[in-house]
Design a binder for this molecule. Structure first.
Ligand SMILES: Cc1cc2nc3c(=O)[nH]c(=O)nc-3n(C[C@H](O)[C@H](O)[C@H](O)COP(=O)(O)OP(=O)(O)OC[C@H]3O[C@@H](n4cnc5c(N)ncnc54)[C@H](O)[C@@H]3O)c2cc1C
Length: 286
């Protein structure tokens, strides 16, 4: 279908982009367009103005300092596939490698995926597991929101209409820490039928000390599997124990669709969580 008519602007500074966005009621940010353009074509979105943030250099790139990675919101998925600054955080490569296809990975952005808050997107689970922080700029100034408060509804993040997500800050744990992501892909689109991301820290005896688990594809909103986190703390489970400890995710409340029944999704959530925990434990030993 052909989108409804809209105006288009491509500012080169963040301040100008915020001014343009705030200046037109209903205006929308255009990042990679991988989710927004299909929505325009289906007329699910009919914004009067698109503010393209693709020409604002400060929104693109990755840097690491003080034990934290700073990822510009417009950074494409492909840039996180093998970024030298993220060499010690292979969960980024795990995830970027399984998003859509080459075109989607080159056009779509890390921040766009989080802002769009698709219930089957991959980065939201990772962002939750890593305990990231989202930074945004709007007409009233800067603001930041922690990962646990960022996803507020189906396709709804904590971003206000007139705000631009500028960067994502993620603490990089190194000592006896490991993180991993895995999913069952929907064969046509690549979206997650179920995806689980885990970050954990082990103590000197190899027991799980700290753990965060993010799950996507199951509920309308990505969530932390806190019930499983609590069960795993203090444990050093073998493979069989891990499967048992992860099998029941109390927070999971799936509905069925043509790709997977609710029961199958619930089962898969446990399976993929156990696999991601096992991989994270291995990485924590490296
Ligand atoms: C064929 C196909 C397969 C896909 N497969 C997968 C997959 O396997 N896994 C997966 O996770 N995703 C998948 N996607 C989605 C893809 O990853 C998108 O890149 C992502 O969802 C949105 O990023 P974008 O940069 O394209 O954002 P856009 O489409 O440009 O924007 C999406 C929404 O977010 C808002 N937005 C974007 N950036 C900002 C910002 N900085 N500040 C404020 N608001 C912002 C926009 O206004 C819009 O509402 C797929 C998409 C397609 C078309």
């Amino acid at each position: 279908m052909i989108p409804a008519e809209f105006d288009y602007t491509a500012p080169t500074t963040l301040e100008e982009a915020v001014r343009r966005l705030a200046g037109t009621q209903g205006a929308k940010v255009l990042a990679g367009g991988m989710s927004l353009i299909p929505a325009l074509k289906l007329r699910l979105a009919q914004p009067p103005l698109l503010v393209d943030i693709g020409r604002i250099p400060e929104l693109d790139g990755v840097s690491v300092s003080g034990g934290k990675a700073r990822i510009g919101a417009r950074t494409p998925h492909a840039a996180l596939l093998a970024h030298p600054a993220l060499a010690d955080a292979p969960i980024f490569a795990d995830t970027a490698a399984v998003i859509g296809d080459v075109q989607v990975r080159n056009r779509g952005s890390f921040g766009g995926s989080l802002a769009h808050a698709d219930p089957a997107a991959d980065w939201p689970a990772v962002f939750l597991a890593l305990g990231g922080e989202a930074r945004m700029l709007g007409p009233k100034g800067k603001r930041s929101v922690g990962a646990d408060d960022f996803f507020v509804g189906m396709l709804q993040s904590a971003l206000r209409e007139d705000e631009i997500l500028t960067e994502l800050v993620v603490p990089l744990e190194t000592k006896r820490a490991g993180a991993a992501y895995g999913k069952l892909r929907q064969p046509a689109s690549g979206f997650a039928i179920v995806g689980a991301a885990v970050q954990l820290m082990a103590d000197r005896k190899g027991r799980i000390d700290e753990i965060r688990i993010g799950v996507t594809g199951v509920n309308p909103v990505p969530f932390r599997a806190k019930s499983v986190e609590a069960r795993l703390r203090g444990q050093s489970p073998d493979a069989a124990a891990l499967r048992t400890l992860c099998a029941q995710i109390d927070e999971a409340d799936p509905t069925g669709d043509l790709h997977a029944s609710a029961e199958y999704r619930r089962h898969l959530a446990g399976v993929f969580t156990a696999r991601a925990v096992a991989k994270a434990i291995e990485r924590a030993k490296e």
